[in-house]
Design a binder for this molecule. Structure first.
Ligand SMILES: [Zn+2]
Ligand SMILES: [Zn+2]
Length: 321
């Protein structure tokens, strides 16, 4: 039984044609569902690891050549490396393809049973159907906008910032720091991006590549480097300088700015952009030591404790007022 890869729309970008290439390979695996699932998992895990290798190949030389700061003693980066591989090998294939594909197919079947067309930007704006790269970029920009608001709201609510502060607790920020986040926050992020992806009709095989594109720009933005992308470039893409302002030690929580992941347009549009800033020190003064330097498990537990504490604090403040 072939694995139902996706419902492919009329407008195809090159990534949507990948199933045409791998479907015969999957067929040659003997038509067992398990071997096909394993092959698809392996394919996306390899895409994730390749993206990580590309980030390392680009970011490490940049950090060496144009460093922003150096530390007398480097904190262990084992936890950050664990995040990077865990996300790309486990979470990314599982959620960005299998879960999204399953929901995409289920939604399309449900809508077609009720004689409704699946939602799609190409249906809404027909001329986009003939411009797959433009459609890909629009999907990318809309997912980035969704991520901007998710990130901004995570700084608004106490319990949510409790888990998000695990990302801000990093005091030696490098490109490895991009994936440093709590599993609860990863869950919220993926559910939110999946919902938006389904609503705008992102094909199942395109969604993982959109996520990888966001992650790649995110890794660059966390680099420990003084480079900017120039006056114009900084107003298009999130640069390391721009994102470091978001991580400023004295601006954690509600006081933060620069919430974007890939495009700086949303911060400019919604009045949260701050370009002229010389932040060097990153971190969160309220984060306990385990959240800063602990192992992966200790960081996760500390993030959960802070979420509970801040949630209780907010509830108590509401009752008192
Ligand atoms: Zn943040
Ligand atoms: Zn960050």
């Amino acid at each position: 039984m072939p694995f139902p890869i996706s419902s492919i729309p009329a407008s195809l970008s090159s990534v949507d044609r990948i199933p045409d290439v791998i479907q015969p390979l999957l067929g040659s695996l003997g038509h067992t569902l398990h071997s096909q699932l394993a092959a698809i998992w392996l394919f996306f895990a390899m895409c994730g690891v390749l993206e990580l290798c590309l980030s390392i190949l680009i970011c490490r030389p940049i950090e060496r050549r144009w460093p922003l700061t150096s530390w007398p003693e480097r904190n262990p980066i084992a936890a950050d490396v664990t995040y990077a591989f865990f996300v790309r090998i486990v979470l990314f294939p599982l959620v960005a393809f299998f879960e999204y594909s399953w929901l995409r197919n289920g939604l399309d079947r449900f809508l077609l049973r009720h004689a409704l067309a699946p939602p799609s930007l190409a249906t809404l704006i027909p001329f986009l159907a003939g411009l797959p790269p433009v459609l890909f970029f629009l999907h990318f920009a809309i997912l980035d906008l969704a991520d901007y608001w998710k990130h901004r709201l995570s700084h608004r609510f106490g319990w949510w910032y409790g888990i998000h502060s695990l990302h801000h607790a990093e005091e030696q920020m490098t490109f490895w720091s991009d994936e440093r986040s709590h599993v609860l926050e990863d869950t919220i992020t993926y559910l939110w991006l999946i919902a938006v992806g389904l609503a705008i009709g992102v094909p199942a095989f395109q969604f993982p590549f959109l996520i990888l594109s966001l992650r790649f720009i995110g890794s660059l933005a966390h680099s420990n480097t003084r480079i900017s992308y120039g006056w114009l470039g900084d107003r298009i893409l999130i640069s390391p300088r721009f994102h470091r302002t978001h991580h400023a030690r004295n601006a954690a929580g509600r006081r933060s700015r620069n919430f974007g992941t890939a495009l700086s347009w949303w911060d400019m549009l919604f009045g949260t952009a701050r370009f002229a800033d010389s932040t060097v020190e990153t971190g969160d003064a309220g984060a306990e030591a385990a959240m800063v330097n602990g192992s992966w498990g200790q960081q996760q537990a500390a993030g959960f404790r802070r979420m509970v504490r801040r949630g209780k604090g907010a509830r108590a403040a509401r009752v008192a007022s």
